[in-house]
Design a protein around this ligand. Sequence first.
Ligand SMILES: Nc1nc2c(ncn2[C@@H]2O[C@H](COP(=O)(O)OP(=O)(O)OP(=O)(O)O)[C@@H](O)[C@H]2O)c(=O)[nH]1
Length: 451
Amino acid sequence: MAFEGLSDKLSNAFKRLRSKGKLSQSDVKEAMREVRLALLEADVNYKVAKDFVAKVSERAVGAEVMESLTPAQHVIKIVNEELTALMGGENVRIASAPKPPTIVMLCGLQGSGKTTHAAKLAHMFKKQGRRPLLVACDVYRPAAITQLKVMGEKAGVSVFEQGQGNPVKIAKEAVKHAKDYGNDLVLLDTAGRLHIDETLMDELKRIKAEVGPHEILLVVDAMTGQDAVNVAKAFDEALGIDGVVLTKLDGDTRGGAALSVRAVTGKPIKFAGTGEKIEEIEVFHPERMASRILGMGDVLSLIEKAESQLDVKKAEQMARRFSENKMDYNDMLDQFAQVRKLGPIKQILSSLPGMDKHLKEADIDDSQMDKQMDRTVAIILSMTKRERACVDAINPSRKRRIAAGSGTKVEDVNRLIKQLEQMQQMMKQFGGKGKKRRRMMGMPPPGAFPR
Ligand SMILES: Nc1nc2c(ncn2[C@@H]2O[C@H](COP(=O)(O)OP(=O)(O)OP(=O)(O)O)[C@@H](O)[C@H]2O)c(=O)[nH]1
């Protein structure tokens, strides 16, 4: 996950502060030296790191902190506030046209994730009730058009394409098409190049002049660190950008791009890409990102994700079955499917305050957790329909059959049976209190994760 190294180093710097009752100026100085090193090692721009530490130090040696009973906490609070400010303070939304459609142009270097993120944005806005149109302006790479069509289908959004025609003309005709067909959002997927060159910029400038986009979003790959920041600077100077989509934050990026882009270019990060799947995009909230970096979790984003991804009808159906205490293995399967929609389990858990540290200490990785879930799913799928609905008791010979069918051991089957019994028991304990039970919804079954 992104920021792992930075989080660890900051946490070590603060641990030493925490062990002191009262802070001296030299304690603060020493901690700030560590913070600066941590930022530089995370590939944060040199000047940005220097200015950041200067600001935090100035505030941290103030009377408010030095005389406080919990000075370390105060310093962490200041770092949190300054990290938030560094990334722009608040989330900046994309522009909205006074009269639809709003035209958003996505640009960036090859492989940065433009096509993927055009589709992710379309999917996200569609869920919010908009009617987006994806436009294939990358005419040089035939596969890009096919890729956009495939992703557009996944997003349930129409794709406007004219094969390998003239991208400026395609953009113009797409806007007309959007007006004719009532699309209120046009997302232009433009071509990328390996490096910034004049031909690329010229084409982007011509598209800009022809259709007058309300928002130009630059897509940059977080894994490229400081290069991403330089690319953002160059695109802004040549074309003028309104914001940045920072992709591949799920990788082991050190975080430098996220922390430097705004300070170097003055342009905010508006969205973050966290995976290859269509729903793996987040609105970028500087304060939440700062909390994540400091290992304080990001519960708000997790709740938002749950609200937008979970199938409400299914959840209600499950809640009803729970409240009638009719839970069976089919419900378990449904729950797994819902949990999976939220992304890798480790990512979900690391959104909870303090969990990041525990996950690291326990050295549990995504594949381990996913494998455990896969095993449980395989066991359930090896049951007959009657067994899944708990109509027949699962006797020893059936257990052996289920274990053989799922490539697991009888102990694994026993463990699953026990889990369901525990869940049913738990539901009984909430007897009659429908509200409480409903609150249990969305929780994975106990023991779903490895111990
Ligand atoms: N892990 C991860 N992979 C991503 C993310 N966004 C995009 N990718 C992957 O990165 C690769 C490049 O993404 P594209 O969307 O094709 O990039 P592009 O900028 O359109 O590339 P060109 O069309 O060649 O200019 C693909 O394999 C994507 O699946 C992300 O947020 N996380």
